[in-house]
Every structure is written in structure tokens, then in C-alpha cells.
Design a protein around this ligand. Structure first.
Ligand code: NAP
Length: 282
């Protein structure tokens, strides 16, 4: 039976450290503040915003909600982003995405100040991940994967790690982070031939393919650590699930993160920690 790498203990440990940091900022009269920028009223975005707000407020980070109308122009949206860049009372900006189709996320990415990019979406932030310098904020999801590995004392040095997925927000930065921890990293994608033979050879597998429970028993072998990044609604069971078929894989491997209650639960705490770090740097 595998060790289940739950997110809650990771979040508790992070919260403890964040509360201390917020208290020290408070002595200097600084309240770390996150601005959440939402265009329109998509239910999934409102729900994510509520979750992040709860996490932030629990450790004393303030949240400014900026809800913009669905029909806002690109020019007006850019003006809001520039205003947040200039606002000394705002330490981090989270733009909920996707934006409505007529608006360009790319333009927002180009304009947002990397110093306030707590979600790690700007080129400046990504450059920091690839250079290995901790000057910017890395994307929250792969950072959450590393937090889980660190919290549970899973050694990466000298280990073979396989990342399934090569997106700019999850797969690629996760690979860079594992490399920084001295793992030997293989990145797989839709053109990878015979994926199971590659994942079976790994010590650590990060599953970020975005395919519902597609990584079944044949992809795994005993002794492995599996971090499941996927979040999906299973159409049959109507329950949340990951990229990994948990029930089949958990009896095989040494450790596995669950969905829900794994990576996703740590991601918003990483975001909040970035806001505090931004306030400390400012
Ligand atoms: P994405 O942009 O769709 O990228 C998926 C990647 O997986 C692509 O590189 C794709 O390869 C690869 N892929 C797809 N099917 C594959 C297959 N059958 N075999 C091998 N590789 C395959 O997704 P993403 O944004 O990186 O997100 C990945 C998953 O993480 C999604 O389930 C998403 O919901 C979840 N997610 C979770 C969190 C969290 O906080 N837990 C946050 C963000 C995302 P190609 O490049 O060849 O197309």
C-alpha cells in the first residue's frame, strides 16, 4: 500500500511559516495584498477566487477583488493591469484565465510587472525558472509538486524523473525544477513512443498530461513516487479525479498524491506565499 502524499499537511506547514512572515511585515505596517483580476463571471473562476481568498485571509494576506465586465475592451483591461503595476499597496496580481476569447492574455502577460506576477505567467517569471535563479515567481502548480516532494522528504538527487506533459505552465517548469534538484529528467508528450516503458523506469513520475485517468497500472512499477497534477471531473462517477487511475496504481507504487486533496490543494498556498515574498522584497 502506497504512502498517500496528501496536500493538507504540506499546507499546514506552509501556513505556519506564512503567519510568522505576515506578522513581521505587520510590524513594519505592511499588509501583503493580492489583487485578483476577473473578467466576467465564470463559475469555475469565481470558485477558484473564493478558494484562494480563503487561503490568503487565513494567514493574514488581504485580497482585492477586481471584477471587470465581460464586455471590457482590451485597452481598458490593460489600463487596469498597468494601474495594479503602479499601486504600491498591491504586492501580487492573479489574473484568472481563460479571458473571454476576444481579449488577449498574451498582451496582459507582456505588460504585467514580473515583480507582481505571483502566478508565474510572464516571460520574466519563466526566465527565472529556466535560469535557475530564484529572482522571480515560478508557476504555482509545478512549485506545489516540489513542495510535496520536499515535505515528504522524497529525495530527487540522482533519481530518474519523468514528467508527462510539456506545457509552459506545468510540464516544462516542473522538469526544470526537478533538474535543479539534480534529478535526471525525461519529458514526455503526445509524440512520445511507448510511454509506459518510459514511465515504468522512473523513480519519480509527474503526471501532467491533462487526460482523465489515462495513466493506468501498466505505466507504473514498485517503489515509484507519483505526483498527479491532473484535475478532471469523471463523467461516469461525477467525482474529481486525476491523470492517474488512483485505485489501480496506488497498490503498485511507493507513494502517490491523491486527487482531490493533493497538488491542487497546495497550489493556492504557493500563490499566497508568493504574495508574502513579494511584499518582503518590496
Ligand atoms: P496542457 O496545456 O493541455 O498540456 C498537456 C500536456 O500533456 C501537453 O504537453 C501534451 O503533449 C501532453 N499530453 C497530452 N496527452 C498526452 C498523452 N496521452 N501522452 C503523453 N503526453 C500527453 O495542460 P496543462 O495546463 O499543463 O495541465 C495539465 C493538467 O494539470 C490538466 O489536467 C490540468 O487540469 C491540470 N492542472 C492542475 C493544476 C493544479 O493546481 N493541480 C493547475 C493547472 C493545471 P503535446 O505538447 O504533445 O500536446
Amino acid at each position: 500500500m502506497a504512502q498517500v502524499l496528501k496536500g493538507a499537511p504540506v499546507v499546514d506547514a506552509m501556513n505556519e511559516r506564512m503567519v510568522e512572515a505576515v506578522a513581521s511585515l505587520g510590524k513594519k505596517g505592511v499588509v501583503p495584498t493580492l489583487a485578483v483580476l476577473r473578467v466576467g463571471d465564470r463559475a469555475d473562476q469565481i470558485s477558484y477566487e473564493k478558494g484562494a481568498t480563503k487561503r490568503a485571509e487565513a494567514v493574514g494576506v488581504a485580497v482585492q477583488h477586481i471584477a471587470l465586465p465581460e464586455e471590457i475592451s482590451q485597452i481598458a483591461l490593460m489600463a487596469v493591469v498597468k494601474g495594479l503595476n503602479a499601486d504600491k499597496g498591491v504586492h501580487g496580481v492573479l489574473m484568472l484565465h481563460p479571458l473571454p476569447e476576444r481579449l488577449s492574455e498574451e498582451e496582459v502577460r507582456q505588460v504585467l510587472d514580473p515583480a507582481k506576477d505571483v502566478d508565474g505567467i510572464t516571460d520574466g517569471s519563466l526566465a527565472g525558472v529556466f535560469s535557475g535563479l530564484d529572482e522571480s515567481f515560478a508557476p504555482c502548480t509545478p512549485t506545489a509538486c516540489m513542495e510535496i516532494l520536499d515535505h515528504y522528504g522524497i529525495e530527487c538527487q540522482g533519481k530518474r524523473a519523468v514528467v508527462v506533459g510539456r506545457s509552459l505552465v506545468v510540464g516544462k517548469p516542473a522538469a526544470m525544477m526537478l533538474m535543479k534538484k539534480n534529478a535526471t529528467v525525461t519529458v514526455c508528450h503526445t509524440k512520445t513512443v511507448d510511454l509506459p516503458s518510459i514511465t515504468r523506469e522512473a523513480d519519480i513520475v509527474i503526471a501532467a498530461a491533462g487526460q482523465v485517468e489515462s495513466l493506468t497500472a501498466e505505466y507504473f512499477s514498485p517503489g515509484q513516487t507519483v505526483i498527479d497534477v491532473g484535475i478532471h471531473m469523471n463523467a461516469e462517477t461525477h467525482k474529481l479525479c486525476g491523470d492517474v487511475k488512483f485505485d489501480e496504481v496506488e497498490p503498485i507504487v511507493a507513494a502517490i498524491s491523491p486527487v482531490p486533496g493533493g497538488v491542487g490543494s497546495v497550489t493556492s498556498s504557493v500563490l499566497v506565499r508568493h504574495v508574502i515574498e513579494s511584499a518582503l522584497r518590496a
